[in-house]
Design a protein around this ligand. Structure first.
Ligand SMILES: *[C@@H]1O[C@H](CO)[C@@H](O)[C@H](O)[C@H]1NC(C)=O
Ligand SMILES: *[C@@H]1O[C@H](CO)[C@@H](O)[C@H](O)[C@H]1NC(C)=O
Ligand SMILES: *[C@@H]1O[C@H](CO)[C@@H](O)[C@H](O)[C@H]1NC(C)=O
Ligand SMILES: *[C@@H]1O[C@H](CO)[C@@H](O)[C@H](O)[C@H]1NC(C)=O
Ligand SMILES: *[C@@H]1O[C@H](CO)[C@@H](O)[C@H](O)[C@H]1NC(C)=O
Ligand SMILES: *[C@@H]1O[C@H](CO)[C@@H](O)[C@H](O)[C@H]1NC(C)=O
Length: 291
């Protein structure tokens, strides 16, 4: 395990992620965020300027399928940043999620040189160290689980494992633009189990597998939560989620058609998108976190 446990908190948490309106005055709260407190910057420092520059460019660096990365290497205060949207999220929602996360992370981590913030639809991280191609750099992850255990725990775990193993292999086999997989399987008593996994696409196939296995080990082994009917592990380089209702969209949106600029088209609120994005719900999740 590459992040050492220092503390363990357990709280009851109700989490409704329901984004129907892209016009909001304030940014929604993160599901979880983490500011590394061991290295701070000061107002008007090179680091702050580099962070400003990095964040102003980041939204224009969409690789095409919701992955963003930009670094500013001026002076000795390098800033690396990357952001990723869930693979099933439409480009306009993806961009507004990234916008929200940049504002929110600056607000919550006002002077920290490394931070990560997670929304349901996207996550953002920055650091003084490279944030690409390495699963070990950034701390800050969270495990959420549903409080209910399946009545047929062993069969549930078996069915869940085979689904998640398949999704893990599918996601890891993705290319340098997208490492994402979502699907379902039938569990005990004919329930449908839905799963979603995603790695940042800069990871190699092996790194993606390691990251997802690490996520699973937090959930199952570290917190001994096997058999719970829903759960999510957010890590800076990968995400692992499952539950008994479909919390993602079918299919993967096509990349924005744009030859001159990799940035996204302006937001035009499309009525057909409303509602379908409003189903990412984990009820009564306990939060297990180690900081
Ligand atoms: C960095 O700043 C945070 C709050 O802004 C503070 O809690 C922390 O102690 C600081 N770290 C150092 C090393 O000064
Ligand atoms: C930061 O720079 C601005 C403009 O140069 C200046 O007005 C402000 O007083 C500075 N703030 C600090 C805390 O140094
Ligand atoms: C993101 O922020 C930029 C700059 O603040 C703004 O121009 C753009 O419209 C925003 N995009 C979305 C989708 O909110
Ligand atoms: C399960 O996934 C398949 C594709 O693998 C899809 O056709 C089907 O609609 C899904 N079932 C449910 C209940 O969502
Ligand atoms: C990150 O950005 C750099 C510079 O724009 C680019 O060359 C590289 O391909 C990007 N990496 C990924 C994994 O998208
Ligand atoms: C893990 O949880 C199961 C079921 O709740 C329990 O039977 C088992 O003893 C637990 N194992 C550990 C190591 O706590």
């Amino acid at each position: 395990m590459f992040i050492t446990a220092r503390q363990l908190f357990l709280r009851i948490f109700l989490c409704f992620i329901c984004i129907t309106n892209t016009v909001t005055l304030a940014q929604p709260d993160f599901i979880f965020y983490f500011c590394a407190n061991n290295d701070n910057y000061t107002i008007n420092s090179t680091f702050e300027r580099n962070l400003d520059t990095t964040f102003s460019t980041l939204p224009t660096t969409n690789s095409g399928l919701g992955f963003f990365n930009h670094s500013t290497l001026e002076g000795n205060d390098m800033v690396y940043s990357a952001a990723i949207c869930r693979g099933d999220i439409e480009p306009d929602l993806c961009l507004s999620c990234l916008n929200d996360s940049m504002v929110k992370l600056r607000e919550l981590c006002p002077n920290q040189k490394e931070a990560v913030g997670y929304y349901e639809m996207c996550w953002l991280k920055y650091s003084t160290k490279s944030v690409l191609g390495n699963i070990y750099h950034i701390d800050g992850y969270r495990v959420l689980v549903n409080t209910i255990t399946s009545a047929q725990r062993d069969r549930f775990v078996e069915d869940l494992s085979s689904l998640m193993n398949k999704l893990k292999a599918d996601a890891a086999a993705g290319d340098s633009l997208l490492k994402f997989a979502a699907g379902n399987t039938t569990g005990p008593d004919f329930v449908t189990i839905y799963g979603l996994v995603q790695c940042t696409p800069d990871l190699s196939k092996m790194q993606c597998i390691d990251c997802l296995e690490n996520a699973y080990s937090y959930y199952a082994t570290v917190f001994n939560q096997s058999g719970k009917i829903g759960g999510t592990v957010f890590q800076p380089m990968c995400r692992y989620s499952y539950g008994l209702s479909r919390f993602f969209n079918e299919g993967i949106p096509s990349p924005p058609v744009s030859s001159s600029s990799p940035s996204l088209p302006p937001v035009s609120s499309s009525p057909s998108l409303q509602g379908t994005k409003c189903n990412s719900v984990y009820l009564s999740l306990s939060i297990y976190t180690m900081l």
